[in-house]
Write a protein that binds this ligand. Sequence first.
Ligand code: NAD
Ligand code: UPG
Length: 334
Amino acid sequence: MKVLVTGGAGYIGSTTAKALEESGHTPVILDSLLTGPRSFVGDRIFYQGDIADRALVRRIVEEHPDIEATIHMAARILVPESVDLPYEYYRDNVAKSLELFDELVALGKPRLLFSSTASLYAPKDGFEVVEGDPLDPQSPYARTKRMMEQALEDMAAASDLRAIILRYFNPIGADPDLDTGYYLREVSHVLPILTEAALGVRETFTITGVDHPTRDGTGIRDYIHVWDLARAHVRAVEKFDEVLAAAASPSTIINLGTGDGVTVRELVAAFERVFGRSVPVTEAPPRPGDAVGAFANADKAAALLGWKAELSIDDAIASALAWAEKRSQVLGYE
Ligand SMILES: NC(=O)c1ccc[n+]([C@@H]2O[C@H](COP(=O)([O-])OP(=O)(O)OC[C@H]3O[C@@H](n4cnc5c(N)ncnc54)[C@H](O)[C@@H]3O)[C@@H](O)[C@H]2O)c1
Ligand SMILES: O=c1ccn([C@@H]2O[C@H](COP(=O)(O)OP(=O)(O)O[C@H]3O[C@H](CO)[C@@H](O)[C@H](O)[C@H]3O)[C@@H](O)[C@H]2O)c(=O)[nH]1
């Protein structure tokens, strides 16, 4: 199958493109390179441009009439930046996505997969969340994702559009061949920060929040190897019509997580086990807006996609460490 992947130069998009190829499919990448590095595209079919450029989307479909589905991953993704630049976030993640969807439906390409986030869930006792649980998006970024979920549900109910909405938990690790991985220079996620502390790039790792109502007081998350996440997209594309038939709806929401909740202290312990040395750790209050967290009930993904995460947190940490060694070579900076 040929699959349009917007944001295919990004962290998750480039890994998903690789997973599609490994299953015999052909990704067609649309990315503006707003943040994604050109080197992550490799020699794949590539259109550099904006998702809201209707003429470009038309040209892509004319040149690849056999595109069977679109995985829409292109977005701005930084929570603190979204607080400072709400216009840019609502414009790019909401307004531009609507242009893309409308154009794709008009071109007779109604199958859409959408990247949403687990950070939509409201806090819940026990921390295990199912797709129908209450939501409470806490940032402009998260609100753009919730708005798009609602827009997709409404458009699917009223038009030919068909949508599988994937709520990602916390992706970590790199592509198994180490062609792509986490690429931000200013690292903002926990595992890249922990890796920098381990490698001496920063003095210590600071646990942000130690008084949460979790088993050890630190934030809980569901860390999923990015390769497992990528493989889930392949399943969703291959089984697209079957999934929506089973859901008995023109759109459906699916959690993509491992089903295991891991606290920050447990993540540090796993990291030290894989790394073979201890990491200097300090403690601090939560970051502004920091959530206690959640982990996935992944039953719907198992039932509808026939997918579950296979790689362990140790696999993902080993992969992140190997990528940290190789990253400057791939990206051309330290
Ligand atoms: N990384 C996470 O922790 C996480 C968690 C949950 C959901 N998500 C979602 O998954 C998707 C992929 O995330 P990622 O971590 O790979 O991010 P990323 O920033 O690495 O990738 C996003 C890509 O989209 C491109 N892009 C942005 N705006 C564009 C536009 N208007 N037109 C064309 N291309 C554009 C960027 O250049 C980049 O290559 C995003 O939608 C994100 O919101 C990510
Ligand atoms: O230096 C640090 C950084 C983070 N944490 C903690 O580690 C956990 C995970 O933090 P992080 O990696 O930043 O992930 P999230 O807070 O879950 O947020 C990210 O992951 C979400 C996916 O669930 C995305 O939607 C968000 O955009 C993205 O910021 C939290 O408990 C943090 O308090 C620390 O203890 N020290």
